[in-house]
Design a protein around this ligand. Structure first.
Ligand code: IMP
Length: 348
């Protein structure tokens, strides 16, 4: 059997190119999610119970980014978060802009009732949040959601690993698709099931689509450098879990150890820990739960990430996302190259 090579973030680098950009402020990071929804910063926080509720979504909105309210609560709790967010976001944005309000749903049980309640509360983006998106239940859910809710609601769906899956979800009615299976920092899907694809390869593959549907790179993104690589490879948006977890705005208590170090919990939604909380039992565990050092305000973190992204575009001589995707020249690096790419004095 002949295997094709599949690359991920650490396998590649972007070649620096001639730049006519004099200051990073000349660079635009914005991108359209749909005809009437625009994000100034193409970042989306994950629908996870240790990443996105109202505070995170509001902080993301203030930076021109987006937060997806997780679905691991009862319908009324999630709908009330959306209602509060709608009022708060509307007053934060200019009168002209349509606030982007996103919330996650599943594909079984009362998911249609949840979807209707969320839209009535002000959500205009619904995220069909399933581990294996290339699935008949997702096909049926997307079709039901479209016929129940009409064309106006933006349907985000996933996750997928292949171009065939991406195109199917597009044809079933998705407006944007979360790409990558098994790459998340808290994910054990590949260990548990043997399935998945190196994350950046999925972006390269899905970027070959001829469908007019947005690509969201999701999972395994650790740095602003990874974000720039994902966008250069063809992603329109990047979804972040671990990078935003552990901040003041992520849900959950601050934990202090005996030495005074501060932490917050970060856990996969398919971890035993999360399943026990939300379902009272657990079946196939495809995630882990951990504590990560407390990072403080997400505002400073988002500013850092934004600065890194602007620098990244400038190294490719790119003024915006399309320019980056047009100009990007990827090279594969060796293990020695990867070593050199780190701050290697620290390991001497
Ligand atoms: P991270 O940014 O690398 O931490 O990955 C976050 C992403 O991991 C999320 O956006 C989901 O796509 C995915 N994810 C969340 N929970 C789980 C899980 O329990 N198992 C597998 N993947 C998960």
């Amino acid at each position: 059997m002949k295997f094709r090579k599949a690359v991920t973030y650490d396998d590649v680098l972007l070649e620096p190119q001639y730049s006519t950009i004099r200051t990073r402020q000349e660079i635009s990071l914005g991108n359209a999610l749909s005809d009437d929804l625009w994000l100034d910063l193409p970042l989306i926080s994950s629908p996870m119970d240790t990443v996105t509720e109202g505070e995170m979504a509001l902080a993301m909105a203030r930076h021109g980014a987006l937060g997806v309210i997780h679905r691991y609560n009862d319908i009324e709790t999630q709908a009330s978060i959306v209602r509060e967010l709608h009022a708060a976001t509307s007053s934060t944005l200019s009168a002209m802009a349509t606030p982007a309000i996103a919330a996650a749903i599943g594909v079984t049980g009362f998911y249609l009732q949840r979807a209707v309640a969320l839209c009535e509360s002000g959500a205009n983006i619904l995220c069909v949040d399933v581990a294996h998106g290339h699935h008949i239940l997702v096909k049926e859910a997307l079709r039901s959601l479209r016929s129940e809710l009409g064309a106006d609601v933006h349907l985000m769906a996933g996750n997928v690993a292949t171009l065939a899956a991406f195109n199917d979800l597009a044809d079933w009615g998705a407006d944007s698709v979360r790409c990558n299976i098994g790459g998340g920092s808290i994910c054990s899907t590949r260990i548990q099931t043997g399935h998945g694809l190196p994350g950046l390869q999925t972006i390269f593959d899905c970027a070959a689509t001829d469908r007019d549907v947005k690509i969201i790179a999701d999972g395994g993104i650790r740095t602003s450098g990874d974000i720039v690589k994902a966008i250069a490879a063809g992603a329109d948006f990047v979804m972040l879990g671990s990078m935003l977890a552990g901040t003041a705005e992520s849900p959950g208590e601050i934990i202090e150890d005996s030495a005074g170090h501060l932490f917050k919990k970060y856990r996969g939604m398919a971890s035993k820990d999360a399943q026990i909380t939300w379902r009272g039992r657990h079946s196939s565990n495809e995630g882990v739960a951990t504590q990560i050092p407390y990072k403080g305000d997400v505002d400073l973190l988002l500013q850092d990430i934004t600065n890194g992204m602007r620098s990244g575009l400038s190294y490719s001589g790119a003024r915006d996302i399309i320019d980056l995707q047009t100009k990007a020249k990827f090279v594969r690096q060796t293990g020695a190259g990867l070593n050199e790419s780190g701050t290697h004095i620290l390991s001497r």
